[in-house]
Design a protein around this ligand. Structure first.
Ligand code: ADP
Length: 235
């Protein structure tokens, strides 16, 4: 790796449906360093999810380049992108997408059974503070607990990067904070590079950087030196 986990150059994405074209990304340049916690902020429709999906190998860019370390993601075909996703990326979405007929433990087990070097589901669930509740079904857990199961599932395969799209969007602010704490403690423990789309102000304050999006471009960047310094003191 060249020091950056991700580097993007002039990345664009245009969606075409019939006669209409939507220019979702209009030339994004960025570098994300290993271990960073980065928040993506901006109005609805400004391209945040599109960028996250391309970084996660769920979608293909229209032009420009995106590297994961030395690997150029923008030159991979669908099969290679699937391998990249499976090896390197954990996703957390607004809605937890847990299997309702499986316990928390079994939901995590589904992923660890198909991973190369996974954690034990017990360990992943303990990391998000759910060791006591691992044999509960999703319907027996609060929204915040369900999201923490989803985080445990995402990190159990030890991904290099965790991509979170509105992870606290369906939660009240107090419950949301526990979810954020779970993400930060995983970042501190494993150095997992973490990108989070959120409107939640408390997450913005704990990120290393906030990238502001306007009309498919990064229009501003705010660095939070204090967060990294505080995190280092705790290590
Ligand atoms: P954000 O995450 O900032 O709300 P998105 O990346 O979801 O923004 O969307 C950026 C633009 O791309 C929007 O105008 C949206 O409607 C459009 N868009 C996103 N996904 C698709 C798609 N699959 N097909 C067509 N247009 C899309």
């Amino acid at each position: 790796m060249n020091g950056s986990v991700f580097s993007a150059r002039s990345l664009t994405k245009t969606y075409v449906s019939g006669e209409t074209e939507v220019r979702a990304l209009r030339g994004v340049d960025l570098e994300i360093a290993a271990g960073e916690v980065v928040v993506l902020l901006g109005p609805s429709g400004s391209g945040k999810s599109t960028l996250l999906n391309i970084m996660g190998g769920l979608d293909q860019a229209t032009s420009g380049q995106l590297f994961f370390g030395d690997q150029e993601l923008t030159s991979l075909d669908d099969k290679e992108l699937t391998a990249y996703r499976r090896q390197h990326v954990g996703f957390v979405f607004q809605f937890y997408n847990l299997m309702p007929s499986l316990t928390a433990y079994e939901n995590v087990l589904l992923v660890t059974e198909i991973s190369d070097d996974p954690m034990h589901p017990d360990e992943a669930l303990a990391l998000v503070g759910l060791e006591e509740r691992m044999h509960h079904f999703p319907a027996q857990l609060s929204g915040g607990e369900q999201q923490r199961v989803a985080i445990a599932r995402a990190i159990a395969k030890r991904p290099d990067v965790l991509l979170c799209d509105e992870p606290t969007g369906a939660l009240d602010s107090k419950t949301g904070i526990r979810v954020i704490e779970a993400l930060l403690s995983i970042n501190a423990r494993f150095g997992t590079t973490t990108l989070i789309i959120t409107h939640n102000a408390s997450i913005q304050n704990v990120a290393d950087r906030v990238l502001f999006f306007t009309d498919g471009q990064i229009s501003n960047v705010r660095k939070n030196q204090a967060r990294r310094a505080a995190a280092e003191l705790n290590w």
